[in-house]
Design a protein around this ligand. Structure first.
Ligand code: APR
Length: 284
């Protein structure tokens, strides 16, 4: 483990444009259950996953009913997210961003914990539970920008977009719902542009997010070489290093998409990697 942590620190220090991809495993040490881990939400209640597949259809069929139901039920199935705090794993990624090593974080998590940890440049691939979004023009709103209680009392739901009058829903991306085009496009750009991808706490089974490491793996760069007879040649070599930090191997590990897996808890491993990066940088 120590060698892999030192290797990851070295790879990060040598990288020119590192990005992180994160999943629910980042937040379990903050008290938020993941989905497919041993005590995940879907693991414990497969019916809940099937119901989750209906949410987007329900919204499209009857946005008013969707809102009536949403305003009458308690907080999210993930618990009271507002009370959750970032853990050392989130803070470690924020530190790597402050060192200008990590450029972007593309997260599947809707819990806002990367932002709460002070991270900038966060792409919320599956949205943010604390925001609303217009499905027509992608305008995002703070729920406080609408008097939802009054709209419900006056039977004037759903809230409409202040820009284009489209229907507004939770910013959370439901199964079957397209990834908001602005986030989708930039995530593809970042996956192609990076020369290091640090994948933390995801089972990497949900698409299209799980495509991003596969796209990065396609990247090749030219490298000049010299034969022992002194002839110069150019060869194409992989243009990215993909590192996984996860409690268990994933398809990315098994299919050789990632170069190596550091197996364990993100909240323990990421701070150790940052410590090694700081040591490497201080010794020049
Ligand atoms: N440290 C490292 N890995 C962890 C930790 C931890 N503390 N806790 C859990 N894990 C691992 C689990 O073993 C699992 O491999 O993180 C992974 C979490 O996988 P999932 O529960 O499938 O979560 P995620 O990959 O984010 O799911 C993707 O599925 O249901 C949808 O929209 C939902 O965004 C979610 C998407």
């Amino acid at each position: 483990m120590k060698e892999l942590i030192q290797r990851a620190a070295q790879d990060l220090v040598s990288s020119k444009y590192a990005i992180a991809l994160t999943g629910a495993g980042m937040s379990t040490e903050s008290g938020i259950p993941d989905f497919r881990g041993p005590s995940g939400i879907w693991t414990k209640d497969p019916e809940a996953e099937k119901r989750a597949y209906l949410s987007y259809e329900k919204f499209k069929e009857d946005p008013k009913e969707y809102w009536e139901e949403r305003l009458s039920r308690p907080s999210s199935m993930l618990g009271d997210l507002g009370k959750m705090e970032p853990n050392p794993g989130h803070h470690a990624l924020t530190k790597l961003q402050k060192m200008n090593i990590l450029r972007w974080i593309i997260t599947q998590n809707i819990d806002n914990l990367h932002r709460k940890a002070g991270s900038k440049n966060v792409l919320e691939y599956h949205g943010n539970a604390f925001r609303l979004r217009c499905v027509s023009c992608n305008s995002r709103y703070d729920p406080e920008e609408y008097d939802l209680k009054k709209l419900k009392e006056e039977r004037k739901l759903p809230p409409y977009c202040k820009e284009c009058k489209g229907a507004v829903k939770s910013d959370v991306v439901y199964f079957g719902e397209p990834i908001p085009s602005d986030v989708a496009h930039q995530s593809l750009e970042e996956a192609w542009r990076c020369d290091l991808m640090l994948i933390c706490g995801t089972s990497a089974v949900v698409y299209p997010f799980a495509n991003l490491p596969i796209i990065a793996r396609q990247k090749r760069v030219e490298k000049e070489g010299k034969t022992d007879t002194g002839l110069f040649f150019v060869e194409k070599i992989p243009g990215v290093i993909i590192i996984e930090v996860n409690a268990e191997p994933t398809p990315l590990t098994g299919e050789g998409i990632s170069d190596y897996l550091i197996q364990g808890k993100t909240g323990e491993i990421l701070p150790k990697i940052v410590e090694e990066v700081e040591k490497t940088r201080s010794t020049g």
